[in-house]
Design a protein around this ligand. Structure first.
Ligand code: FES
Ligand code: MG
Length: 572
């Protein structure tokens, strides 16, 4: 092992080394700071306002025991946390802020290794972006999904069933009181959403990238094995420091391609696209939107999980877990990328029995063939848009209909249920002003509600198009992440109600039947900017001035790349 990074702080007889050591004694053993023991930060996103990560302090204790047991010295490092359901206007507005704050604190402090404790949607992405930019050995502890809740004897999928029940209430199929009664049963205990939403997806991503102990992702938050694996992770990070196994050695381009395969195989969230692009950007890995289509499109969905399928994360765990799913698509995975253990991911796919073939489908009987995330392009999305065919209505994947355009989320809410709104099941609902700059923060509003009068007629899905994201727990024929967004001058800004829009997923096309000349003319005369955010100060100002578009990960332009682990100057 070469000299520890922390020795820059603790080694020597000078006044600065004295200061660094003296203030950290606090009851630690005499030899804790002797310059030979890896100093491990447990980057902890526990917060009472991030309900899905509330339990991570207990997890951190298990990690600490593991670090001590392996001869390291652990430190709890609370970092910026984001609760998906709590913060407004959207947690995505602060993913980059969290990542920037984490990166800076990792670099500024005397640490040799990082254990990254995440859970709720944005926390694992932000932690991985930060670890990538500082490139100090790091390993993820995924906080785990919650146990399944039940309402009137039926399992409830977090998020997915909120969308379903609220539409049923709007359609008059259940009463408002019944809808509200389900609230008590939705969230049963510690952990993140129990569907294959964004949190579950990003845990799978972390594992497929090689950044967790293989077999960790999907371990339920309440399961004792989560604490045992956390203990093991604490031991492992001490070895990783000795082996100098840094994020850039694990998260190679090939590892990203494995993550794309994994997301497709579990029917994962569209949000993983912006997160993977952003993480890759921090590493200088050449990953583009087209890689998602090229690598993911032929991958079958093997996991029968909501929102694409029927089951929940607890079912996946008992059926054989994430590795059980990956074993089904082993032939599509790259063999070279290593994991945090130093061994390739594929080494962990031998002997992975499946205990419930309805939850983890056999390769010959996938939930859906060829169903990764599809990237659409055309004169409505020159730099791309996404759709998740597994969550869509097959007949709508090829569709032409007149646009019904909303300038903002407020405009949509004000008019969507108006009985006079000129809309039919064939209409294409278009929502703009909801991209990274426009909102700001690219919220999960792309799965806009259907007009009540159509719900009453039994319509349950329509083509919807926006520059927003959608919750990983949502479903429908929803075209998302249109780039450039309206607020960045994309064609979405000048589409009008009545324009004919064609979606052709098979041919990867998204077009509006308006000529280039007409679009240019409209652009010259259009003025919808009043609907776009224009923050004057603070983070939101910095964000809109520097955020990139969805097709390149929506990171801030000046955060792309790595600054590495070094700090040149002393503090005193
Ligand atoms: Fe935290 Fe869904 S709200 S994971
Ligand atoms: Mg979400």
């Amino acid at each position: 092992m070469s000299r520890l990074r922390s020795a820059e702080w603790y080694e020597g007889d000078d006044r600065n080394a004295y200061i660094h050591r003296a203030w950290m004694r606090r009851g630690n053993p005499e030899d804790a700071l002797d310059g030979t023991k890896p100093q491990i930060a447990i980057a902890n996103t526990a917060s009472d306002l991030t309900p899905c990560n509330m339990h991570l302090n207990e997890v951190a204790e298990s990690v600490k025991h593991g670090v001590w047991a392996a001869g390291g010295v652990p430190y709890n490092l609370p970092v910026v946390s984001l609760g998906e359901t709590q913060v407004k206007p959207t947690a995505m507005l602060w993913r980059n802020m969290a990542a920037m704050a984490m990166e800076e604190m990792f670099r500024a402090n005397p640490v040799d290794g990082l254990v990254l404790l995440g859970g709720c949607d944005k926390t694992i992405p932000a932690l991985l972006m930060a670890a990538a930019s500082v490139d100090i050995p790091a390993v993820v502890v995924p906080g785990g999904p919650m146990m399944t809740g039940y309402f009137r004897g039926q399992a409830l999928g977090c998020g997915t069933d909120v969308w379903r029940l609220s539409e049923e209430a709007r359609a008059g199929e259940i009463t408002g009181a019944q809808f509200l009664a389900s609230e008590q049963s939705m969230i049963r205990g510690k952990g993140h959403c129990n569907t294959m939403g964004t949190a579950s997806t990003m845990a799978v991503v972390a594992e497929a990238l090689g950044m967790t102990i293989p077999g960790f992702a999907g371990t339920p938050a309440a399961d004792a094995r989560l604490l045992a694996l956390s203990h093991e992770t604490g031991k492992l990070i001490v070895d990783m420091v000795a082996a100098e196994r840094t994020p850039s050695r694990i998260m190679t381009r090939e590892a990203f391609l494995n993550a794309i395969v994994a997301v497709a195989a579990v029917g994962g969230s569209t949000n993983s696209v912006v997160h993977l692009l952003a993480i890759a950007g921090r590493l200088g890995v050449d990953l583009t939107l087209d890689d998602f289509d090229a690598t993911g499109a032929g991958v079958p969905v093997m996991a029968n999980l909501q929102p694409s399928g029927a089951y929940l994360m607890d079912d996946l765990y008992r059926a054989g877990g994430v590795l059980g799913v990956l074993a089904q698509v082993r032939d599509l995975l790259r063999a070279d990328p290593i994991t945090v253990t130093g061994r390739p991911l594929v080494d962990y796919l031998d002997d992975r029995p499946v205990y419930d073939a309805d939850v983890i489908r056999p390769r010959e009987e996938p939930l859906m063939a060829d169903a990764g995330i599809a990237v659409l392009r055309g004169n409505l999305a020159p730099r791309g848009a996404l759709v998740k065919p597994a969550a869509a209505t097959p007949e709508l994947l090829q569709h032409t209909g007149p646009a019904v355009v909303f300038d903002s989320i407020e405009d949509m809410r004000a008019r969507i249920d108006d009985p006079a709104l000129d809309v039919t099941a064939d209409s294409v609902l278009v929502l703009r002003g909801c991209g990274p700059k426009g909102y700001p923060g690219m919220p999960e509003v792309g799965n806009m509600p259907l007009p009540q009068k159509l719900l009453a007629q039994g319509v349950r899905d329509m083509v919807r198009i926006s520059d927003a994201r959608m919750s990983g727990t949502a479903y429908g024929t929803v075209i998302l992440h249109v780039a450039p967004e309206a607020a960045a001058g994309g064609p979405l800004a000048v589409i009008r109600t009545g324009d004919l829009v064609t979606v052709d997923v098979e041919n990867r096309m998204l077009n509006v039947a308006v000529s280039d000349e007409e679009l240019a003319e409209r652009r010259a005369s259009a003025s919808t900017e009043a609907a776009y955010a224009a923050p004057v100060r603070g983070w939101a100002r910095l964000y809109v001035d520097h955020v990139m578009q969805a097709d390149t990960g929506a990171d801030l332009d000046f955060l792309v790349g790595s600054s590495g682990p070094d700090v040149a100057r002393e503090s005193h």
